[in-house]
Design a protein around this ligand. Structure first.
Ligand SMILES: Cc1cc2nc3c(=O)[nH]c(=O)nc-3n(C[C@H](O)[C@H](O)[C@H](O)COP(=O)(O)OP(=O)(O)OC[C@H]3O[C@@H](n4cnc5c(N)ncnc54)[C@H](O)[C@@H]3O)c2cc1C
Length: 272
């Protein structure tokens, strides 16, 4: 039987935290809000509490919004520095009690697909990692994890271009239920036209799907072009939807263009 005892250490410097995390025995893991590690068995014998490392908080500087890894989902949902659409998306993740505890770093590490990651992917967010102050695109970070490589890295935060407009829309069985399907779309809106468009499809437990080909068709689009654009984009929207308890892949395929059109309309009206 494995030893059920886990030691929790609380380093006061990043250097000390990285030194402990670099050890191979006993195995150590970062501890965010603990909502996941407290429920699921872990092979780690040491948890490194990150709460003394000044990793919580949200600021905007140099045209970028930066959120620290220890910022809770509740703080993201309440911050005036966070786009309203991202706040709305975070409120669609899990329940109020868990949002008070769960951290951005934990959400990125667990990479639970859902509204939060869909929005961050649409914003073209970058993830900051230690050691080495590495900055990596979220897209690459998620794909790297999915290919099974296990980076022993500490997430220190995420950032994105704060000049973008973000829209988030979803469909759910009931207003408080988790989304069957969702769309996050980000763009720079100038003179009533979309630029640098990024569109992500997702949903609770659904794979995230960045829509590169449809987004190309949306460049320069104005309100009057929306129907024509969606007619053209409809044929190139692709997502690896899966059937689940909330709905079928077929339903999600049918609803995706409607949600995308709605998200683009929100972008154009928010950026006007
Ligand atoms: C029943 C239940 C349902 C949930 N449903 C949802 C949901 O639908 N959507 C949602 O978003 N969340 C959900 N959560 C919260 C879920 O645990 C999240 O993924 C959460 O964001 C994890 O954050 P945490 O800070 O609590 O992570 P922790 O539990 O502290 O850690 C989780 C993992 O992430 C690693 N980690 C934590 N911080 C870092 C860091 N800074 N750098 C590197 N690795 C790190 C840990 O080592 C561990 O492996 C749910 C939780 C529970 C218990």
């Amino acid at each position: 039987m494995s030893d059920p005892m886990i030691e929790i250490v609380k380093p006061s410097t990043m250097r000390e935290a990285l030194r402990i995390l670099a050890r191979t025995s006993p195995r150590a893991l970062p501890l965010g809000g603990g909502t996941q590690v407290s429920l699921f068995p872990t092979s780690a014998k040491v948890l490194v509490d990150l709460s003394e490392l000044a990793l919580a908080g949200i600021r905007v500087r140099g045209g970028r919004c930066e959120a620290g890894a220890m910022t809770t989902l509740a703080q993201i949902a309440a911050s005036p520095r966070i786009p309203a659409a991202l706040q709305a998306a975070v409120l669609r993740e899990t329940n109020r009690n868990l949002r008070q505890q769960a951290t951005l770093g934990g959400a990125l590490a667990v990479r639970e697909p859902g509204p939060l990651l869909a929005c961050l992917l649409a914003l073209g967010a970058e993830v900051s990692l230690e050691p080495g102050k590495v900055v990596e695109g979220l897209d690459g970070w998620l794909r790297r994890r999915l290919t099974g490589r296990k980076p022993a890295q500490l997430i220190t935060g995420a950032s994105w271009n704060s000049k973008q407009t973000l829209a988030y829309v979803d469909v759910a069985r009931a207003p408080a239920d988790r989304p069957i399907a969702c769309v996050a779309a980000a763009a720079v809106v100038k003179s009533g036209r979309l630029g640098n468009v990024r569109v992500v499809l997702g949903g609770a437990g659904q794979p995230l799907a960045l829509q590169l080909s449809p987004a190309r068709l949306m460049e320069g689009v104005a309100v009057a072009d929306l129907d024509r654009t969606m007619e053209a984009a409809g044929g190139v929207i692709r997502a690896p939807w899966v059937d689940d308890i909330r709905g079928t892949a077929e339903y999600r395929t049918a609803v995706a263009p409607i949600l995308i059109r709605r998200a683009l309309a929100h972008l154009l009206s928010a950026g006007a």
